[in-house]
Design a protein around this ligand. Structure first.
Ligand code: ACO
Length: 333
């Protein structure tokens, strides 16, 4: 593509989501591990989460999120999609990629790959999609965050099983009118912190000698300290890169891991409550899907208007983090 015909602005134009219908409350969890509603609510803000059925996997949730996109915007929303990126930590299989399963399920003429960056995966996918479209390699990218962490948590470990829920989001990234779209991205990682949050795949240990157990392991206190620090600094960096101030942001949409983490970041940044989106109370931490699910709720409740600047910020295993500013564009398909 000639440089003169490359898109000036690239952004999100459509969003869909899906959460399983099964609701599991803290009271339900108190029947299987030694916990209680008061502890979970006071430490995390989570009251309930959605849990996939035995026959629902990451591909199932991804298909449903794309179905939701089509229901809302019509089938034209998928026309011309030439790349599918699925961010997930719990794929059906290492290969084929879940993205390839999505491509064939919807009959798309598109390339496909999965992306693994823990909870920040979907923001990494948005940044990759932005780069593909901006450079002219692709025109329209379907990005998905889909997660069934309930299938890999240790249901006997009360310190982790209360935190997570299942869900998916799907969004289109393409050219948008000048002035709209992504204004900045910040991507970061610190592999020295890998030992604080991990899940087994092939190797028996990490390079630092940490033996990897079969189920998801997390050192909650270490992740908490890291999360609060990084949410603040990644927010400031995303604003600096976009040449914007916090006051310019209409809505702050952080990773929905724990309300205490969100509120600590809000307090450090001195953000008013009404500028912070949170629905962790009803979904728990849905990892790669969490920001998309929160954004969807903000759209449904008219907290996002055309032209609003949104700040997205997230953290997770790796340790990794990502943030970005996007100006919302309401497109009619
Ligand atoms: N119910 C009751 N008691 C519990 C529970 C529970 N579900 N879980 C832990 N406890 C107990 C502990 O055993 C401990 O008891 P002790 O003092 O007798 O040893 C006590 O409660 C306090 O435990 P802490 O770990 O100090 O509790 P804390 O206030 O740190 O909260 C939490 C724990 C909620 C996990 C917090 O550390 C946290 O949110 N960390 C960040 C987690 C996170 O956001 N992870 C994101 C992962 S993203 C990704 O990529 C997968």
């Amino acid at each position: 593509m000639k440089p003169s015909s490359l898109p000036h602005a690239v952004g999100l134009t459509a969003l869909g989501t899906y959460v399983p219908s099964k609701v599991v409350t803290n009271h339900d969890l108190a029947k299987i591990v030694d916990t209680n509603d008061e502890w979970v609510v006071s430490r995390t803000g989570i009251k309930e989460r959605r849990i996939s059925e035995d026959n629902e996997f990451v591909s199932t949730l991804a298909f449903r999120a794309v179905d939701n996109l089509v229901q809302k915007y019509g089938s034209a929303v998928l026309e011309g999609v030439d790349l599918v990126i699925v961010a997930t930590n719990t794929p059906d299989a290492l290969f084929p990629s879940t993205a390839a399963l999505v491509q064939s399920h919807f009959g798309l003429k598109a390339g496909a790959f999965d992306l693994l960056a823990a909870c920040p995966g979907w923001i990494y996918a948005l940044s990759a999609a932005h780069a593909y479209v901006k450079s002219g390699v692709c025109k329209k990218v379907l990005t998905i965050g889909s997660e069934v962490l309930s299938k890999v948590v240790d249901w006997t470990d009360r310190t982790t099983c209360v935190l997570f829920g299942d869900g998916a989001c799907a969004a289109i990234v393409e050219e948008v009118p000048d002035g709209y779209g992504f204004k900045s991205f910040v991507l970061g990682s610190d592999g020295l912190g890998g030992k604080h949050l991990y899940m087994k795949c092939v190797a028996p240990s990490l390079p630092d000698g940490t033996m990897i157990q079969d189920k998801l392991y997390m050192n909650g206190r270490e992740v908490f300290k890291f999360a609060v620090r990084i949410m603040e600094s990644a927010t400031i960096q995303a604003l600096e890169k976009a040449d914007m101030k916090l006051e310019d942001i209409a809505l702050f949409i952080p990773h929905q891991a724990n309300y205490r983490i969100i509120d600590a970041a809000r307090a450090y940044l001195k953000l008013p409550l009404e500028k912070v989106m949170s629905n962790v109370e009803r979904y728990g931490n849905t990892s790669t899907a969490s920001i998309g699910i929160a954004m969807q709720e903000a759209l449904d409740t008219n907290r996002i208007k055309d032209g609003d600047d949104l700040l997205l910020v997230t953290f997770g295993a790796g340790l990794t983090w990502a943030s970005g500013v996007v100006r919302w564009y309401h497109k009619s398909f």
